[in-house]
Design a protein around this ligand. Sequence first.
Ligand code: COA
Length: 327
Amino acid sequence: MSIKICGIGSFNPERIITNDDFAGIMETSDEWIYSRTGISSRGYASGVPTWKMGVFAAKEAIKNAGVDPSEIGLIIASTITSDFFTPSVACLVAGELGLFCPAFDIGAACSGFVYALDCAERYLRTDNKLKYALVISAEMLSRYTNFNDRSSAIIFGDGAGAVVIERTEGVYGSYLGSDGAGGKHLFGKLPFPAYPFYEYEVTGMEDYPGPENVIIQNGKEVYKFAVKAMPAAIEKAVAAAGLKIGGIDFFIPHQANIRIIETAAKTMGIPLEKFIVNIKTRANTSSASIPLALCDAVREGKIKRNDIICLCGFGAGLTYGAMVLEY
Ligand code: COA
């Protein structure tokens, strides 16, 4: 069994923040940011909550799939930037769509879309009554950006992507992994309220003290992890699909940094042209970056029906994963 993406949708915020805008509030430059990351600009949600971005992307994906919303039997959303710790983004989307199916969020950071899709595939494989599943990634990184840290602030953007999937026969392979010991290199501490009955302690992140409620990263460590995780996940997913690297038409990597993508491509001996890259204008939108890149590539006519694609995510957790399927 495999899954087929029968509809795609996206939400890209209207408000664009350029590298020059950053140069106006911190000591940096367009030249530094672009040459180190491949990013020129990013969208900031500015008033549109995370769940609402998910609704826009979901509605477009359902319309694009040409299915009646009532036929959706499962909603999985991936986010690390939810508006509420409960209810989930998936439930809020279900409410907007008037659906009563299972709906839940998963948190696997920038690997979240691959994790959510893998999870939905398992539902479709084991539940014959389920016809369509909706998988959404909605992220508002601007809400958790540390504007006092110029090396991390400049990489993030906001957006949402969604797909409707159904069961099909065909090529399929998936691989998910994690490296929890590396979690301290990329994390965000929640602001715990003063609590009268319990002490709380956050351990393991002592090397990187920082403010709460913002993303803290050791860029160099994350970079080192990413350039190893990407080839490892891709090779395992391609093997699980019974293919060779040459059998993949397009790779859709998490859009974290163009240099990470270039290094991984070189390590695997894959021409860079086979990688879908939209980081220049979308930046790093965490789990939304893969579906956003897919949407852009399909709309540009680059990815076409029956192309074999390989999605690859990596990020906080640390997590990583890849999936091979036919578009
Ligand atoms: N503008 C100008 N200078 C900056 C800067 C900025 N925005 N950010 C950092 N610098 C400076 C630093 O202060 C440092 O200066 P110093 O040498 O005088 O101390 C120098 O540039 C190098 O800083 P460093 O943090 O070591 O830069 P880097 O080459 O590692 O690049 C990243 C920083 C974040 C671009 C890079 O590490 C990276 O992309 N890592 C992966 C991050 C990632 O992908 N995270 C998400 C994963 S899902």
